[in-house]
Design a protein around this ligand. Structure first.
Ligand code: ADP
Ligand code: MG
Length: 520
């Protein structure tokens, strides 16, 4: 059954149920993307598991999210359960060998795997807007915040960095609007509230350093197998936007960082996007277009993207059209929408004269699917009714203890486990504020002593932002805000820092890619 350069998916059957032939995914077309669909309980996760196993054995690293916690078993050797042995026999898989796979567990919350983080700067305004479900006005403000930070080389690492910058922007909205475009104070306020909500939802764990290096999800073992990165996503799924945004960010990172390789013998990485409907659910049109673009272009970087979802209608047509390797499990066809889904799914296959696709889709058994992969020069094979092979690794989750054991010997152990709070916007601002407060106090004392009315306003010049401000930080002039003097100086000092760097570093602005993450 096992063939060089091909990944064995299962065995197809003829109309009389006798064995037809083995169905394979050609590794050289592994970067031509894929789609796994079907109703709940029809076998999607197991299909994902056997594809991940196949890629790993072929030396291709895999990234996937474990939405229900039932994929972790891929890190343990399979058990010869009766129904698995029966399936193996049915499809002529002899010998049916069991195997454990090299997995790396990841978790945004750091509970079930190594921490995964990124920085605000790297995520960028487009994805952040999506994460916050921002209105146009809010997105405008975020764009300006990033413009200020990017141009000024002010690191926005975590949530508090962005908060500090937004504080400043809110307090100086009118001056900044002249320079950067309209900043609505109420939008700034709502973004700040949204950031607080994100923080409460645990997103603060996700923003910070050390940020994930994509080379760590592209590892291979000494014996040439691809590491399978499994992201714990059960808790993450409670915040579907964070889940979707995180995976998009990762995709975007891969796209921006990996070199062009054309069409390699096998993919450099395969990325499974489970619950893919969350990606596109009421996503703004511009984002869907960008995703479509990234999916199209990432192919030549050797990355295969496999969407897993219940309903093929969940994936926009422009994206669907790019998914060459397809495994369609059973669908129900009760409601009109379900009937439409069945028709859509059936119509996308190259027909097989032996059966009616739409009819078969509703009659497929568990672990059975319509399969069509790319062959020859890259055209879709005729669709075949296929019994999917049983996995070589364990079907079902690892125990806590087993998971911990895997984490303890992981190749990335210790690399991400501690937070690293580098000096960034927030700290820079706080530091300058302290200094400014000191200077202000000194100035005030000097003022009292000399009884002079003028002051050394030059300390507060705003190069790059038009007219110098009059000396603000004098004790008498402290504006009567509830937030108080200290915060006031923090944000003002912040802007000094930004302005100074803008003035000195023009031409070194950061560049952003298609999905708005940083280009290197
Ligand atoms: N290829 C297969 N071989 C053997 N059993 C399978 C196979 N695919 C699915 N099954 C059985 O069906 C169950 C449900 O499959 P699963 O992949 O979890 O469904 P889904 O992800 O679509 O909800 C599995 O736990 C397993 O018992
Ligand atoms: Mg599943």
């Amino acid at each position: 059954m096992l063939q060089e350069g091909k990944l064995y998916i299962g065995t197809s059957r003829k109309p009389d149920d006798s064995i037809n032939k083995g169905e394979y995914l050609e590794l050289k077309f592994g970067n031509r993307h894929g789609l796994i669909t079907g109703a709940t309980g029809t076998g999607k996760t197991v299909t994902l598991q056997i594809l991940a196993e196949g890629f790993s054995n072929a030396g291709v690293p895999v990234f996937c999210a474990d939405v229900k916690g039932d994929l972790s078993g891929i890190g343990a050797i399979g058990e010869p359960k009766d129904f698995l042995l029966k399936r193996a026999e049915q499809i002529g898989l002899t010998p049916y060998e069991f195997q454990e796979f090299p997995v790396i567990f990841w978790d945004l919350y750091g509970e079930k795997g190594h921490r995964v983080r990124t920085t605000m700067s790297e995520m960028g305004p487009l994805l952040l807007s999506r994460l916050m479900n921002a209105t146009d006005a809010q997105e405008g403000v975020l764009n300006i915040a990033f413009k200020i930070a990017d141009e000024g080389g002010l690191p926005l690492l975590d949530l508090k960095d962005l908060q500090a910058l937004l504080n400043y922007m809110g307090d100086n909205a009118s001056e900044l609007s002249n320079q950067f475009g309209f900043i609505s104070k109420s939008s700034v306020g709502s973004i700040q509230r949204e950031l607080l909500i994100l923080e409460q939802q645990g997103a603060e764990h996700f923003f910070g350093e050390p940020a994930l290096k994509i080379t760590d999800i592209m590892r291979t073992t000494n014996d040439g197998r691809g590491a399978i990165s499994v992201l714990a996503a059960d808790k993450l799924m409670m915040n579907p936007r964070l889940y979707a945004t995180f995976l998009l960010w990762l995709l975007s990172e891969l796209f921006e960082e990996l070199p062009e390789v054309g069409d390699p013998d096998k993919p450099k990485l395969v990325f499974f996007f489970d619950e893919a409907h969350l990606l596109f659910n009421d996503a703004p049109k511009v984002l869907v277009e960008r995703v479509e673009q990234v999916v199209r272009l990432i192919r030549s970087k050797g990355v295969g993207v496999y969407f897993v979802t219940q309903n093929p209608l969940d994936v926009p047509e422009t994206v669907l059209a790019q998914l060459g390797n397809r495994v369609q499990h059973a669908l129900r066809a009760y409601s009109p929408r379900e009937q439409k889904a069945v028709k859509t799914a059936a119509d996308t296959f190259r027909p097989n004269p032996d059966f009616n696709c739409a009819e078969v889709i509703t009659n497929l058994g568990t672990g059975e699917a319509l399969v069509s992969t790319l062959e020859g020069k890259g055209s879709p094979s005729m669709v075949e009714r296929t019994l999917i092979r049983p996995p070589a690794s364990r079907l079902g989750p690892l125990t806590e203890a087993e998971r911990q054991k895997v984490i303890d010997v992981s190749p990335v152990r210790g690399l991400y486990d501690e937070d690293f709070d580098r000096e960034s916007a927030y700290e820079l601002l706080a530091k300058r504020a302290a200094k400014a407060a000191e200077q202000a106090e000194a100035a005030r004392q000097a003022e009292e002593q000399t009884q002079e009315g003028t002051s050394g306003g030059s300390r507060w010049t705003l190069p790059g932002f038009g007219e110098d401000e009059p000396a603000a930080p004098s004790g008498k002039q402290a504006r009567p805000r509830s937030s108080g003097y200290q915060r006031e100086t923090i944000v003002e000092a912040a802007m000094k820092s930004v302005a100074r760097t803008v003035a000195t570093q023009v031409g070194r602005a950061l560049v952003r890619g298609i999905l708005g993450s940083l280009k290197r």
